[in-house]
Design a protein around this ligand. Structure first.
Ligand code: ADP
Ligand code: GLC
Length: 475
């Protein structure tokens, strides 16, 4: 089946979070199953075409009369990079700079979506499925119906819209409608209007043929007023078309046996390399290189979603024990400052690296003993699955995909991590202390590590589920 997959970030070329990981891996998993998948994404300013090995594509692609240049990275699932010097090429941040969104994001991602819809006609493709991801692609289903109704390349094409995070909705003042080339009739409650603003997310939810989100538990949570970010009524209305399909992980990019970012390698049967990774990580971030002390890792966007306020509040009590904490993250300035301060105050116990560093993210996954994800909500979460594969025991709040992927340790021979429910620093602390107690019991800990490493979270099963969904839409 031909599938056109559209995403605003695609790893490893561009990534701010899990969407980049998913858009990098799922298309390849679908291609491995025999589908013809083409990916479309912007050529962000951070992507150097030469260094990335992109080739220019000769085509007559137009968006609203304007010619658009394209690059391609060939492979099992070719990735097309849409060029626009002003909207994409000259920006540093993908969605904003210095904590502020780019003011023209509506125009930027409407442009991406229109370019993606024009691509099949320009390249002679006949996709049966347009798989659109997050608010950035939310206009896709409506544009397909209204601007491509007679496009032979898209005749009969159906749309799948995947919610990676309902909290980011793509809200804009209604005054942008004319500049986007959208008629005022879309500004209705049943369409794209949301509390007197234009909502790209709502556009996707209202008009796509099928909706998916990235874990079964999150698919249930977003139907409730607590989890629905004011879109739960619409989601309940569309509940029959909504599917929770758990993300997988790229087991080639995240493989402790050959990860090029690591100083040493390991397997479930041979964990000496993990101890070497821990010592190297302690040296790298300037913590005392002690093998016996439990090392707690975090790799995260420093955003409210991630429960960083709980970590900050629990940290002093946590540090009363003999532990080390290493955090890699960037985001809210207040949290960045709080962790930088904690590291200054307790350099023997806390290391904080503020910024985005793919290599260090891998080395923390490999070198830490425990990994904290106390998220307020978590559509899926990938780091807990990377942690399991790297023998690093996750401590998670049991929400969304965290609840679907981490089983609580029963004190004997079952479970892969530690879970808690209440959103309080005390509950996080209790779960972490429970983990620290088990850490001292080498046999029990070894069992936890081995069970986690034996989990199969590869894309295979989930890619099959997407494929089955595509087939129900476009038999
Ligand atoms: P989200 O998409 O909500 O941020 P996920 O757990 O799905 O959460 O994915 C986060 C991805 O981004 C993971 O691959 C993680 O390693 C990566 N990541 C997050 N913050 C950083 C950072 N500061 N440096 C490097 N990688 C990061
Ligand atoms: C979002 C979610 C995260 C999910 C990722 C990929 O960024 O916050 O939970 O894993 O998308 O689907």
């Amino acid at each position: 089946m031909q599938i056109l997959f559209v995403a605003s970030e695609v790893g490893p070329w561009s990534k701010t979070g899990g969407l980049g990981d998913v858009a990098g891996a799922l298309p390849r998993a679908l291609a491995e199953r025999g589908n013809e998948v083409v990916v479309v994404t912007p050529r962000h300013g951070s992507i150097d075409p030469r260094a990335a090995g992109l080739q220019p594509v000769r085509t007559a692609l137009h968006v609203r009369g304007e010619p658009v240049a394209l690059w391609v990275k060939r492979g099992p699932a070719p990735v097309y990079f849409v060029e626009h010097p002003h909207l994409f090429g000259s920006r540093r941040g993908l969605y904003g700079d210095g904590g502020r969104d780019h003011p023209d994001n509506a125009e930027r991602f409407a442009f991406l979506t229109r370019a993606a819809l024009a691509l099949p006609g320009a390249l002679g493709l006949r996709p049966r499925i347009l798989h659109l991801n997050d608010w950035q692609c939310g206009l896709g289903p409506w544009l397909l119906r209204h601007e491509h109704a007679r496009d032979p390349a898209l005749a009969g094409a159906r749309t799948v819209f995947t919610i990676h995070n309902l909290a980011y909705q793509g809200l804009f003042p209604k005054q942008v409608l004319p500049a986007l080339g959208l008629p005022w009739e879309v500004f209705r409650y049943e369409a794209m209007e949301f509390f007197d603003q234009l909502s790209f997310m709502k556009a996707g939810l209202a008009f796509a043929d099928a909706l998916t989100t990235v874990s079964p538990t999150y698919a249930r949570e977003i139907l409730t007023p607590e989890g629905g970010a004011s879109l739960d009524a619409l989601l309940r209305h569309r509940a029959r078309d909504l599917h929770g399909i758990l993300n997988g992980i790229d087991v080639h990019a995240w493989d402790p046996a050959r990860d090029p970012h690591l100083p040493a390698h390991f397997t479930p049967g041979e964990l000496a390399g993990k101890a070497a990774c821990k010592a190297a990580l302690q040296r790298e971030v300037g913590l005392p290189a002690r093998p016996d002390v439990p090392l707690v890792g975090l790799v995260t966007r420093l955003a409210e979603q991630k429960g960083i306020d709980l970590v900050a509040a629990a940290l002093p009590a946590l540090l009363a024990r003999d532990v080390q904490v290493v955090l890699l993250g960037s985001g809210d300035a207040a949290y960045e400052e709080a962790f930088a301060r904690a590291a200054r105050e307790r350099p023997d116990r806390v290391a904080a690296r503020i910024g985005f560093d793919e290599g260090l993210a891998h080395r923390i996954e490999a070198g830490a003993d425990l990994f904290l994800m106390p998220s307020r909500f978590e559509p899926c979460g990938l780091n807990q699955m990377y942690s399991l594969r790297y023998g690093t025991v996750p401590v998670v709040r049991a929400v969304g995909g965290l609840a679907d992927t981490v089983e609580d340790f029963d004190g004997f021979t079952r479970g892969t991590g530690f879970r808690f429910s209440e959103y309080t620093p005390q509950a996080l602390l209790t779960a972490t202390r429970r983990a620290l107690d088990v850490f001292r019991d080498r046999r029990a800990w070894r069992g936890l590590v081995e069970r986690g490493m034996a989990e199969d979270n590869s894309w295979e099963r989930s890619a099959a589920r997407y494929e089955a969904l595509y087939r129900t839409l476009a038999p």
